[in-house]
Design a binder for this molecule. Sequence first.
Ligand code: FE2
Ligand code: FE2
Length: 269
Amino acid sequence: MTPLAQMATEVLNTADGRAKTALSHAHAAAWRAARAGGAQPSVGAAQPPLHPARPENPRLLPPRDVPRRKPSTLDGRIAMLHAVAHIELNAVDLHWDIIARFSQVPMPIGFFDDWVKAADEESKHFNLLCDCLETHGSYYGALPAHAGMWQAAEETKDDFMGRLAVVPMVLEARGLDVTPSMIDIFRKAGDSQVVAALEIIYAEEVHHVAYGSKWFHFLCGRHDLDPVVAFQDLVRRYFHGRLKPPFNEEKRAEAGLPPDFYWPLSEAR
Ligand SMILES: [Fe+2]
Ligand SMILES: [Fe+2]
């Protein structure tokens, strides 16, 4: 089997969203099959690109230039789905990137199991949202999207714990805060396909945050660090701006992220 870090880099170097996620699913299945047979497949090393390959469309704009539309209209809801599809495509790359970029850090095999599983799920999320867009006569790439999505990855490219703090424990945890109200919008609009897709995403994202918290704590143990202090230092270093309440305290707690981690970061500083 190709070493995992190389498989990760192949996904990062694939531009088209459907092709990227198909390769992601195939690589995840190969890893799972090898692990189910009791193997300890090689992680190896790789040189991931600083920026993953992306399709020609969507056009990427600074966040303030991405048009906002009201969720009370169908166009507004399509724009919302498009924005979430864009987040999911970035999430696919973020999950493979952490595997490839930090492959020199010795980690238990369970770390790679978790990240491969999450990458596989992000690929499913992207495809579910693309299917919803297509049901509504649109597609991923039809609208402009947010250009700043890879910033967190770039800023933490040399800091493994910083990456865990900012990506799963801040950005993906934010997804837990905002998804229930998004589900409500589509439920009120009677759009059962989108509600079903978002419910799958919501359930699975809890695990992604939990993987982040689990391995962040593991590394704090290895380096003899206080997890709360280390988390807050890293978020202050790499995340610009404060965390925005209201927080989904229940789901965050379920994911191993208690309030004393994030509440202090929500205050003006
Ligand atoms: Fe996702
Ligand atoms: Fe996720």
